[in-house]
Structure formats: structure tokens, C-alpha cells
Design a protein around this ligand. Sequence first.
Ligand code: XBP
Ligand code: MG
Length: 230
Amino acid sequence: PLRALIFDVDGTLAETEEAHRMAFNDSFDNAGLGWHWSREDYRRLLKTTGGKERIRAFLAESGKSDAGLDIAALHAAKTRRYVEILESGGLALREGVEALMVAARGAGMRLAIATTTSRPNVEALCRCCWGKPAAELFDVIAAGDEVATKKPAPDVYALALERLGLPAGEVLALEDSRNGVLSAQRAGIAVLVTPSVYTAGEDFAGAEIVASLAPGDLPSRIRDALSVGA
Ligand code: XBP
Ligand code: MG
């Protein structure tokens, strides 16, 4: 039986990556670094999950030195800026997310999060999209800053399972990226993937791909488990 849904955050609950990109660029400007990540740069850099890891990947690919650069402080400033951007509003849930959560609750399932981003950003998104704290919406939250290794490693999904107290076979992961799919699969969890603006066209081998999480787009076995019609 399906007892819980585990949601990825960035790209799955909402299209957050442009807000992340803006927060990176604003914090680079404020630090006087003279760096700017275009959409094209960001698509490539997104393959490295985690903001601090992404900054390091950028330094490596552009042959820049990290001497004198406090990556943790730069990334902390990026998180503060991201939270500010979300507080100014304008970010909506992706189609079908709210309906899926309501249906899952109605079917007695629990809801969890497994994300690469950090807890403050999850809180900011929940405030922005629901006007509620994350703990009122999700029973379990496993975030990137709580695990040793980020997606595509299984750690964050394994942590979500541990906190749910459920075996991998009784949950379903909802993802938008190849790294997320790999992370869930490596934790033994089946994945439903809804590609997002930055991840469309990635290789989602082994996962079931849906256009959106709206009831009409869900596989019939999931609709049956949730008792929702098309
Ligand atoms: C999302 C990410 C994150 C965000 C920024 O991956 O890769 O790095 O872009 O997060 P996923 P930070 O949706 O697979 O969890 O808070 O680390 O900057
Ligand atoms: Mg994602």
C-alpha cells in the first residue's frame, strides 16, 4: 500500500530556480565579484546540486581561485536574498500540487519533503505559497543541510524514510530532475517525475514521466490509490 508521498521542492512544488538564480546573482553583485549566471550558465550549473557545491563547480569550470572567498558566507547571503525574494511574493505552486496533497491526505497518506535546499528556503516557499509554516503542511521534512551528501546520493530520501518510519516500497517520490530521480531510486523509492523549465529533456530512465501532477495526468494506479478521478 501507498502510505506517503515524498515531494522534492525546487522545480516540483514550484518553479523556484529563477528566484534561486536571481539570489545568486544579487549576492555576487553585493560581494563585488563581477560574476553573472545567465539562464544558459544556470542550466549547466544546476547539474551540480546544492548552492555551495554549485559555486565551487563554477569556480572550477571558469578556472577561478577560491583564495580569499568565503563560500559559506556568500551562500548564506544568497539564502537571505532568496528568502527576501520569496517574501515579495509572486511564486505559485505548480499545477496539481495542491490537489495531489489534498487527495493524499484524504486517502490517509502522510506527506514529506526531501530537498537539496536548506530548511529556511522550504519555510520561505511554504509561507509564500500557502501562508503557513512547513510543519503544518508536511509531516516530515528532510533538507540538504541535514545530510552528508546531496542528491543524486540517496541520503536525503533515506532520512525522509527514517523519519516517516516507512519502508521504501510504501512511498512514492515526486521529482522534476535527473539528480532527484537518481537520489530516490538509490534509496529504493519509485519515482513520478514532472519535468520543470530547467530539467525538461533530462534522462529520467526508470521513472514514470507525467506532464503535471494534476489528477488527469497521473497514472491510473496512483489515481486509484488516491481515490481521485481523471
Ligand atoms: C535543487 C537544487 C538547489 C537549489 C539551491 O535541487 O539543486 O541547489 O538550486 O539550493 P532539488 P541551495 O530540487 O533536486 O532538491 O539552498 O543549496 O542554494
Ligand atoms: Mg527539483
